[in-house]
Design a protein around this ligand. Structure first.
Ligand code: GDP
Ligand code: MG
Length: 292
């Protein structure tokens, strides 16, 4: 079972830089209730960082911040996960959206106040570097509710749309749904994170970046349950009468690609784009509004 997150396979240069600065990545999950957000976080970090909804446990009702220090082959990483309550339960959805937007902006604010200190020692960066947006596996057009919320998010965070519970759709339907989502997003002027492919990279890196970029919106399946396949392999997956959907098998879903994008392929770009573009835009608008 692949349980490691992949940090130790970061290119040396990136790793050295990240270790020196104290590697840190903040990921937020957003989407309607019950789409598997908390489960995916558990799967991503392969530890029960946030307990999935259990019968006795009320579902996520407030924004939860989970920090997990992970060490792999001597590389220490601080993973910061922001789990948000699902919306769609409220009569007025603004009530569930506003706290999410506020949370993102408070993190910008905290960074700004550190920048304004006369002696800037080590900056503590808690800004959201990636926002995983869960889309219900309907196969239909994007819902108005999702378009509305993504509109409020896309200029504040790197938006990474995913098809939730992709094990409930056939692979053909997933492929069609991906195209539909992308064209709906484009039609509505919603910008998602573009995973760049650098043509001057080595062949392997180009192939990796290309695979990530082409898989968006990732079709994800979450599960921390370990099951034994017919051939006796132990895999993380979900059982069906006809077999298993394996979480870590790239032929079954895009979970591995999503993880790879976050912690390896596009790690530095997610951080850099947040700092140089998303944060800067928020900062100039905010300071202007304050008359600074
Ligand atoms: P959240 O409200 O978005 O945080 O959703 P949860 O993670 O609490 O999951 C809601 C329910 O969906 C639970 O019963 C999970 O076991 C189930 N679930 C989570 N991920 C998946 C998935 O990828 N596929 C399927 N079929 N079910 C899932
Ligand atoms: Mg939850």
């Amino acid at each position: 079972i692949t349980s490691h997150v992949g940090f130790s396979s970061l290119p040396n240069q990136v790793r050295r830089k990240s270790v020196k600065e104290g590697f840190q990545l903040t990921v937020m999950v957003v989407g309607e209730s019950g789409l598997g957000k908390s489960t995916l976080i558990n799967t991503l970090f392969n530890s029960p960082v946030c307990a999935p909804r259990a019968a006795e446990r009320p579902r996520t009702v407030a924004i939860e911040n989970i920090e997990a220090d992970i060490e792999e082959n001597g590389v220490r990483l601080r993973l910061n996960v922001v789990d948000t309550p699902g919306f769609g339960d409220f009569v007025n959805n603004e009530d569930s959206w506003n706290p999410i937007i506020q949370n993102i902006e408070q993190r910008f604010e905290a960074y700004l106040s550190q920048e304004n200190q006369i002696r800037r020692t080590r900056m503590h960066d808690t800004r959201v570097h990636a926002c995983i947006y869960f889309i219900q596996p309907t196969g239909q057009s994007l819902k108005e509710i999702d378009i509305e919320l993504m509109r409020r998010l896309h200029d504040r965070v790197n938006l990474i749309p995913v098809i939730a519970k992709a094990d409930t759709m056939s692979q053909d339907d997933v492929a069609d749904f991906k195209e539909r989502i992308l064209s709906d997003l484009e039609f509505n002027g919603i910008q998602i994170f573009q995973a760049p492919v650098y043509e001057d990279d080595d062949e392997e890196s180009i192939a990796e970046a290309d695979a990530v970029s082409r898989a968006i919106p990732f079709a994800v399946v979450g599960s921390t349950r370990v099951v034994r396949t017919a051939s006796g392999r132990l895999v993380r997956g979900r059982a069906y009468p006809w077999g298993f959907v394996e979480v870590d098998n790239p032929e079954h879903c895009d979970f591995v690609l999503l993880r790879q994008m976050l912690v390896r392929t596009n790690l530095e770009e997610l951080r850099a784009y947040t700092n140089q573009f998303l944060y800067e835009r928020w900062r100039s608008v905010t300071l202007l509004a304050r008359g600074v």
